[in-house]
Design a binder for this molecule. Structure first.
Ligand code: NDP
Length: 394
């Protein structure tokens, strides 16, 4: 029986992970659940899964949680610092990092230092501080098992290939809702359009990242750190059907692919059950019923956020951290109807030009960088808002 801590249990990945655990009670036990401020759903989850610990990051929700769970044998903790604490409890075997954004970095590092196996959904952790995180994992002998469907696919393709040279990673991308939009059309899209992903149902932030293709750039950086390849070895392919979740090309030019219908419960189950495969009742793929599988080059002109990810990882140092912070600020501003869709890239690019570059950052530097980049982004967002035609699209 593996004891699991789910960081971000009330989100899209978190709830799907609980679905996987619900179907396999003899294999997995929930030990800790954490949320940001959705106390109502956290209460329901605690009642169903009986964890030892429940954490709410927003301290103002503590009272609500406490009274709703009175009489239930669960420790209730509140505040951001309680999340790394919960993740590093001695009894925990696996920590599923399903929190969104930069907030995932500290708890992931704490869990690594405590020697926990990491099921990593929170890709921002590797975007911000990939080098430090991978070094910590090596030092503490911690396995990082990918949950992102593309990285799980690559990981599965690499199984049994130890010692064999990888020529290329073929990282697939759905292309998002605006794959066929011209630049002019992109200037007129709104939040509702951007949140309407064709193949996946996900949290709001990653759905916007998919629409801008920032998500694919983040995944390129994530793959570089997870699999120890150069960015030149990673080829992004737009594959709108989302059936081939990614591929690996070996030195003999043989290509292995992992395929299936889009369902995040599969990579979650694979990470939690690893190294075993266990039976699941997910819908199986009927290849005779699939549309033709197609592959295209990504368009960096129409999707400048993707080009910015190559620039950031090319510069290295704290630049990917600046990229991530600016993206979080810009996406939040777009979701609040403060800036247009195309202004997201503008805010990020301008922040990357203005923030202080540090070639070999420490963890402390990353924390300062995140704060500085967010402040700069907010200034740029206010300037963008003041420009005629740049504010909220209708
Ligand atoms: P959601 O927005 O659906 O959920 C985020 C979760 O994190 C919620 O439980 C939320 O709590 C919690 N949370 C948010 N901010 C904080 C914070 N500051 N401190 C503590 N907890 C916080 O996101 P997703 O599930 O879509 O994504 C989670 C991560 O997984 C992201 O990094 C994403 O890139 C990655 N991922 C997601 C995929 C998907 O299909 N959704 C696919 C591959 C990767 P609350 O509900 O209380 O706000």
């Amino acid at each position: 029986m593996k004891k699991i801590a789910i960081l971000g249990s009330t989100g899209s990945i978190g709830t799907q992970a609980l679905d996987v655990i619900r179907s396999n009670p003899e294999l997995f036990k929930v030990y800790a659940l954490t949320a940001n401020r959705n106390a109502k759903l956290l209460v329901e989850q605690v009642r169903e899964f009986n964890p030892k610990i429940a954490v709410i990051a927003d301290k103002s929700k503590y009272g609500e949680l406490k009274s709703a769970l009175s009489g239930i044998p669960v420790e209730i903790w509140a505040g951001e610092d309680a999340i790394p604490e919960a993740a590093s409890q001695a009894a925990v075997d696996i920590v599923l990092t399903a929190m969104v954004g930069y907030a995932g970095l500290k708890p992931t590092l704490s869990a690594i230092e405590a020697g926990k196996t990491i099921a990593l959904a929170n890709k921002e952790t590797l975007v911000v501080a990939g080098e430090i995180v991978m070094e910590a994992a090596k030092k503490h002998g911690t396995a990082i098992l990918p949950v992102d469907s593309e990285h799980s696919a690559i990981f599965q393709c690499l199984a049994g290939e130890k010692g064999n040279t990888v020529e290329k990673i073929l990282l697939t991308a759905s292309g998002g809702p605006f794959r066929k939009h011209s630049k002019e059309m992109l200037a007129t899209v709104n939040k509702r359009d951007a949140l309407n992903h064709p193949n996946w149902s996900m949290g709001e932030k990653i759905t916007i990242d998919s629409a801008t293709m920032m998500n694919k750039g983040f995944e390129m950086i994530e793959a570089k750190w997870l699999f120890g390849v150069t960015t030149a070895q990673i080829k992004i392919l737009v594959h709108p059907q989302s059936i081939v979740h990614s591929m690996v090309q070996f030195v003999d030019n043989s290509v292995k692919a992992q395929m299936g219908l889009p369902d995040m419960r599969l990579p979650i189950l694979y990470a939690l059950a690893y190294p075993n495969r266990i039976p699941a009742n997910f819908k199986s793929t009927d290849f005779t019923q699939l549309p033709p599988l197609t592959f295209e080059e990504p368009d960096m002109q129409r999707f400048p956020c993707l080009a910015l990810t190559y620039e950031a990882i090319g510069q290295g140092g704290n630049m990917p951290c600046i990229l991530n912070a600016a993206n979080e600020a810009a996406v939040a501003a777009f979701l609040e109807d403060r800036i247009s869709f195309t202004a997201i890239g503008t805010v990020i690019e301008k922040t990357m030009r203005r923030a202080t570059f540090i070639p070999t950052p420490t963890l402390g530097d990353y924390i300062l960088t995140d704060g500085e980049a967010r402040t700069i982004s907010e200034e740029i967002i206010r300037q963008v808002q003041a420009l005629p035609g740049q504010q909220r699209p209708c």
